[in-house]
Write a protein that binds this ligand. Structure first.
Ligand SMILES: [Zn+2]
Length: 449
């Protein structure tokens, strides 16, 4: 076709609000145009690039024995009820009633649909393993978007699902899919890093993420330049520095109405690492108090994994009122009511911390674990940060900002168990399948290539 007939010509200037360089290039080059908040139209040139990316992904998926399918964007809500994800995903899931008054959801991911499909199609061990992939539109009900084509609200995603006879078969397949995604990013010429990441609402046991380093990226990766260890801050492990010393007597001091840790730190003239911080969360089994040193944040992912809970939300004011806790003054020292308390190892290994007192306007100085407060639940629940030491080699860890390109989850048998999913084994018994999943936001690949 002649350029004069091309729909969507190049322009010299991008619109003012297009602050992401990658998107500004796509706009100026005539690849895409905005339609609304987080919504974009692809122009003919953009469609050509997307088709090329799809071709590369399809080739890599087929190389692993993958077969292409397409599950519908709209799913019956009862499938999501069955997997407990109606509750787990809450408001981020778009729900509506169809003309027959049946509850439906706009599927942001397709584990439920694909498990249902496989359940009705395959019954014998001879049918496995299988590996299915699709390209499907997803819509995320996000309040904020990032002003470019990365993390848009509507986007097309490549997702792939594998089903195996045994856990060991899943384990053997996992690295093959990992390598396939590495080849996809290499072939698209997108610079990438990989990091262990959180499982989040996907459930399962392990997750890895493909990211690209970007100073504007909202994801933080903790990395060791010496040995190459890389993980998202939510799941990273590290040696944390502690300040142990001789125990001093407990003292109660007035702090007035100061609530933020930074203000308390200034008022008491103590650095954040000498303060304890309490957060209270609500989860299916009730309320749980998490105590970390104030120079750390609570990693919800680590806390969720420790408790074995599928979701965790900040407790509401009503929930706190019910057991007599006051925001800003919640403390593991003499806690009112029945509440599980999980304490980070830094709190146990640091002496003489300043910590709230459950008494409005007062803090304790020199609070010590084992003497002034106690719990059976001591574990690592803090979000690792730059300056902590690498668990493998002892070097100082760094933090970098990055953008998410894709994910790989090892889901074990979470969804297949929920769907009461069994098949005939070689010996005539029945077994529940384990399975892995991969997902890659490939519109993001367009923005990065
Ligand atoms: Zn290291």
């Amino acid at each position: 076709m002649r350029y004069t007939r091309l729909f969507g010509k190049t322009v010299k200037e991008a619109q003012n609000e297009l602050f992401q360089e990658s998107y500004s290039l796509l706009f100026k080059g005539g690849f895409a145009r905005p339609l609304g908040q987080g919504l974009y139209c692809y122009l003919p040139m953009g469609m050509k690039v997307l088709r090329n990316i799809k071709r590369i992904i399809s080739e890599e998926m087929e190389y692993l024995g993958g077969a292409e399918i397409q599950a519908p964007l709209v799913n019956p809500a009862d499938l999501w009820e069955e997997s407990s994800r109606l509750e787990i995903m809450g408001n981020s899931l778009i729900r509506f009633k169809d003309i027959r008054n049946a509850e439906m959801v706009l599927a942001p991911t397709h584990e439920e649909a694909v498990v249902s499909l496989v359940k009705q199609s395959l019954h014998s061990y001879r049918d496995f393993p299988i590996f299915l992939f699709q390209f499907q539109t997803k819509f995320r009900n996000e309040y904020r978007t990032r002003g470019g084509m990365i993390r848009t609200r509507e986007f097309e995603m490549n997702d792939a699902y594998s089903f195996h006879r045994s856990y060991s078969d899943l384990n053997n397949f996992f690295p093959q899919v990992f390598a396939a995604y590495e080849r996809i990013f290499q072939r698209c010429d997108v610079p990438y890093i990989t990091a262990e990441s959180e499982v989040g609402v996907m459930q399962g046991s392990r997750a890895y993420e493909f990211l690209t380093e970007d100073p504007q990226g909202k994801d933080t990766v903790v990395l060791c330049r010496n040995c190459g260890y890389r993980a998202r801050e939510e799941v990273a492990l590290a040696v944390k520095k502690n300040n142990a010393g001789a125990l001093k007597p407990l003292e109660k001091v007035e702090t007035g109405n100061l609530k933020t840790m930074a203000k308390i730190s200034r008022h008491l003239d103590l650095p954040l690492e000498r303060l304890g911080k309490c957060m209270v969360y609500s989860c299916p089994s009730g309320l749980v108090m998490a105590v970390v040193r104030a120079d750390y944040d609570v990693s919800r992912e680590k806390l969720m994994r420790y408790l074995g809970e599928p979701w965790l939300n900040s407790a509401s004011k009503e929930e706190l009122d019910r057991i007599g806790l006051v925001p800003g003054f919640m403390s593991p020292v003499n806690p009112p009511g029945q509440i599980a308390i999980v304490i980070d190892d830094t709190v146990v290994n640091s002496s003489n911390l300043a910590i709230a007192s459950n008494d409005v306007g007062f803090y304790y100085l020199n609070a010590n674990f084992g003497r002034d407060f106690d719990s059976f639940h001591v574990t690592d629940i803090s979000r690792i940060k730059a300056g902590d030491l690498c668990l493998s080699c002892g070097s100082e860890l760094e933090e970098i900002h990055a953008l998410e390109l894709g994910n790989l989850f090892k889901l074990d048998d979470y969804f297949t168990q929920k769907r009461i999913f069994s098949f005939r084994t070689k010996r005539g018994g029945s077994a529940i399948r384990s399975w892995g999943l991969t997902a890659s936001g490939w519109e993001d690949s367009l923005s990065r290539s």
